[in-house]
Write a protein that binds this ligand. Structure first.
Ligand code: ZN
Length: 285
C-alpha cells in the first residue's frame, strides 16, 4: 500500500504537471464522476492544486470541486506527454485528466469521490491536515495525546491508525519502532509520555525525509556508512528492519525477526536486541 510519502510525491508531481493549465479533457469509468463532468464540465477549468492528506490525494478544480482518490493496494497515478506510450493497459484506466501538455492517468484507483468544499469538510475518512505527519499544520502534541488514548493497544498497531497519525504505513511502522528502540508489541500504556512523544517525532522525521526533492521513489530510513543514493531500489539497502527477517541487525548483529501483528494481520519486523520488551519477556517471531 502506498504510504504517506508516496502519496506526497505523487501529489507534488501531479501538481507540477497540471496546476494552472486549462483542462482539455476529462474521462472516467466511474459513472458518478462522468455524470458530474456532464453536469459541470471540467474542461475549461484549471487544476488549482493537488494535496496529499495521509493516504488520500485531493485534486482541487477551479470550479470549486475536489476529486478525492485513495489508492488502497493497487492504484497509481501516471503522468504522460500526449502521444506517449502508457505503461499500463488502457483497460486499467479509471480516471484521465488532460491538459495541452500532460495527461494524468489514474490506473486501478479503487476509491474516487467528487466533493464540494462542504462535503469534503464533512468526510471523516479524509484526515485533516493537523493529523497528517507531512502537513505544515501537523500538531505533534495532539498526536501524542491521541496515541496515549490507545493505552490498551500495541504501539505498532496504534501507529497505523490513520485517525491517530495520517501518513504512516506498514513499512514506516516497523522503522519508527526500531529507531526509537521500542518493541512493536508493547502496550502504549507501558510507555512514558517521552517515549510516545519520541515515536511521534520519529514518525514525522522519517516520513518527511522521504519527500525531500532528492529522496527518490523508494522509502529510505537507513543511511548506512555511505551517503544514500537516490536510486537505491533494493529495500534491503535502505531500511533498518522492514523486509530483513533473519538478516543481522545493522546496529547489534542479532537476527531481525518478523511476525504478523494486530487485528488486520500486518507484518512487523523488529530487532529483539535493540527493541526489548520492558519486562524482559520474549516475543516469538
Ligand atoms: Zn539490534
Amino acid at each position: 500500500m502506498p504510504e504517506g510519502d508516496t502519496i506526497f510525491r505523487t501529489a507534488r508531481a501531479l501538481g507540477r504537471a497540471l496546476a494552472g493549465k486549462p483542462i482539455t479533457g476529462f474521462r472516467s469509468t466511474y459513472p458518478l464522476l462522468t455524470r458530474f463532468n456532464d453536469d459541470t464540465p471540467l474542461a475549461g477549468q484549471t487544476v488549482e492544486g493537488v494535496e496529499p492528506r495521509g493516504k488520500w490525494l485531493l485534486i482541487h478544480f477551479s470550479g470549486g470541486a475536489t476529486l478525492a482518490t485513495h489508492m488502497l493496494m493497487s492504484g497509481s497515478w501516471h503522468i504522460y506527454r500526449p502521444g506517449e506510450r502508457w505503461q499500463k493497459p488502457r483497460s486499467q484506466m479509471r480516471i484521465l485528466i488532460e491538459t495541452a501538455e500532460y495527461l494524468a492517468v489514474g490506473f486501478h484507483v479503487p476509491v474516487a469521490h467528487m466533493h464540494t468544499a462542504q462535503s469534503l469538510a464533512r468526510d471523516t475518512k479524509i484526515p485533516r491536515p493537523a493529523i497528517d505527519v507531512l502537513s505544515a499544520e501537523f500538531d505533534a502534541q495532539a498526536a501524542a495525546r491521541r496515541v496515549l488514548a490507545h493505552g490498551g493497544e500495541e504501539i505498532a498497531d496504534v501507529l497505523l491508525h490513520q485517525e491517530v497519525l495520517a501518513g504512516v504505513g506498514n513499512e514506516f511502522k516497523s522503522e519508527i519502532c526500531f529507531v526509537t528502540g521500542l518493541n512493536p508489541f508493547r502496550l502504549v500504556s507501558t510507555m512514558t509520555p517521552e517515549q510516545v512523544a519520541g515515536a511521534v517525532a520519529a514518525a514525522q522525521k522519517l516520513v518527511a525525509a522521504n519527500v525531500l526533492e532528492d529522496s527518490g521513489e523508494s522509502t529510505v530510513t537507513y543511511g548506512g556508512r555511505r551517503r544514500r543514493t537516490t536510486h537505491a531500489t533494493d529495500p534491503g539497502a535502505s531500511l533498518w528492519v522492514y523486509g530483513r527477517a533473519g538478516e543481522p541487525c545493522r546496529r547489534c548483529g542479532e537476527p531481525i525477526r518478523r511476525r504478523i501483528q494486530g487485528p488486520d494481520a500486518r507484518v512487523t519486523f523488529w530487532c529483539p536486541g535493540c527493541q526489548p520488551m520492558p519486562d524482559g519477556s520474549e516475543i516469538d517471531g
